[in-house]
Design a protein around this ligand. Structure first.
Ligand code: MG
Length: 152
């Protein structure tokens, strides 16, 4: 059976925090405020994958009230979610949009695609990511939206 999943995530930005998206460290003066490493793209991706398969979400799997996930590497959470819920699931494709005013993400898109593909054991061509700006309407946040299509 084909199933489609959607995930979204948003983090506020602050000066001096690391900016990590898709498991890639992006040089930036501003980064995500978060309990984990604040990787909004991976958080949205996890929701898009686990929701249709297991009727759960990242907040229930990895609660931000749990000290175990303080500063957590979101790629580790992705691999853990994949190991628990995606055995026997075929991922057809993943498509994402990131909204961030600065810095420009285009130099990092292919690294993010490769990093996600490697974590999930799929081809880079199955992962597509677009970067948008908010036209300066949301200069202090980073937002990600992800759609995943799977065969279960
Ligand atoms: Mg998040």
């Amino acid at each position: 059976m084909l199933k489609v999943g959607i995930g979204t995530d948003l983090h506020r930005l602050a000066l001096g925090r690391p900016l990590i998206l898709g498991g890639v460290s992006i040089p930036s003066q501003w980064g995500s405020i978060a309990h984990s490493d604040g990787d909004a793209l991976i958080h949205a991706l996890i929701d898009s994958l686990v929701s249709p398969v297991a009727a759960t979400d990242i907040g229930r799997l990895f609660p931000d009230s749990d000290p175990a996930y303080r500063g957590a590497d979101s790629m580790h959470l992705l691999r853990e979610a994949s190991g628990r819920f995606l055995q026997g699931v075929t991922i057809h494709n993943i498509d994402a949009v990131i909204t961030l005013d600065a810095p420009r993400l285009s130099p990092h898109i292919d690294s993010m695609r490769g990093s996600i593909a490697q974590a999930l054991g799929i081809e880079t061509a199955q992962v597509t990511i677009k970067a948008k700006t908010s036209e300066n309407t949301q200069p202090y946040s980073v937002e990600a939206q992800v759609v995943s299509l799977m065969e279960i």
